[in-house]
Design a protein around this ligand. Structure first.
Ligand code: PLP
Length: 325
């Protein structure tokens, strides 16, 4: 019998260390001074879209590298477009805002940055077409990488289904879509699993609650297509390229069925938050021999080299925060 996760032992928001500055409305704002009116809380959150971006500290080079900043900003603007949201800022301004914010905070360790665009109109958020252009807030925090930590995930197939393109488009990285993820992850945690894997409306595998999924069968990596109800993950695309071009592992994008997870040689999740994480059981079926498999093991260490700036062939995926020596 698994008991409820002990949430009281987790640091509560007020106790968590926070950055000195965040970025709001075009400028650096001290953390405690950044406010919006309480009346904005409900309706503005249903109409907001965001990005989660990691930055990795390289001790030798004394440099902080933002990973795939351009791709994340491109997706932020795509999410805004789906929402019919105009933005007050250009991608160039947001690039400067993000790197400037990390510099202002003096972060010299792994970090996570979350730009969030939200409607500011004083009218209820369901009348979105009449709203003012979106305002943007960018929140940074220190967030150590889990790469190389040997973390292994136990997953279940969620009893909840994935939202779909004509209901709540999963392609938009919208805060409101996370209601789906939240049902999934709560169910998983209550039942003693780390992550839930979500089937789409067609009963095929879509993704995990906030990460994409790959399986390895007979040396071939397989991942559900972008039409399977997934978020078009930047890490998924990164991993696809590394597998194909650097590790010589062919990648297939096709529908994946539930029982394929049970018999796969290897399964892993990927996404900005989870990075690359091996899955060692699904519904308590052991995956492979129940340990990190050989392909995901090579992939994880290559991914780690890439994001930390120790793989020059992919340095164009990194955006340095501090002036280069
Ligand atoms: C952000 C996110 C992912 C991972 O996407 P990345 O671009 O790799 O960070 C996967 N699924 C959902 C639902 C997400 O919101």
């Amino acid at each position: 019998m698994t008991s409820k996760p002990d949430i009281k032992s987790q640091p509560q928001p007020a106790e968590r260390p926070h950055a000195k500055y965040l970025w709001h409305g075009g400028e650096l704002v001290e953390w405690d001074q950044a406010t919006v009116h309480i009346s904005m809380m409900g309706w503005t959150s249903i109409s907001s879209v965001f990005e989660g971006i990691r930055a990795y500290w390289n001790e030798e080079q004394q440099q902080l590298f933002v990973f795939h900043l351009d791709a994340h900003l491109k997706r932020l603007y795509q999410s805004m477009k789906i929402m019919r949201m105009d933005c007050l800022y250009s991608p160039e301004q947001l690039t400067e805002a993000i790197t400037g914010l990390l510099r202002a905070n003096g972060f010299r360790a792994d970090a996570y940055v979350q730009p969030l665009a939200y409607f500011t109109g004083g009218i209820p958020g369901y009348e979105a077409v009449w709203e003012d252009p979106a305002e943007v807030v960018i929140t940074p925090r220190l967030a150590p990488s889990n790469l190389g930590s040997g973390k292994l995930a136990h997953c279940n197939i969620s009893s909840w289904n994935r939202i779909s393109d004509n209901v709540m488009p999963p392609r938009a990285k919208a805060i409101s879509n996370y209601q789906n993820s939240r049902y999934v992850s709560t169910e998983s945690r209550v039942n003693g699993y780390d992550y839930g894997i979500i089937l789409n409306q067609q009963g095929k595998v879509a993704e995990a609650s906030y990460a994409c999924i790959f399986i390895i069968r007979d040396g071939v990596a397989i991942t559900p297509p972008v039409s399977a109800g997934i978020l078009e993950s930047i890490t998924r695309e990164t991993v696809r390229q590394l597998l194909e071009n650097e590790l010589g592992v062919p990648v297939l994008e096709r529908d994946v069925e539930r029982t394929e997870l049970y018999i796969a040689d290897e399964v892993f999740l990927c996404g900005t938050a989870v990075e690359v994480q091996p899955v060692v059981s699904v519904d308590r079926y052991r995956v492979g021999d129940g340990e990190t498999g050989p392909i995901v093991s090579r992939l994880e260490s290559l991914f780690h080299q890439v994001v930390r700036g120790n793989h020059p062939a992919r340095s164009h995926w990194l955006h340095p925060v501090y002036p280069q020596a």
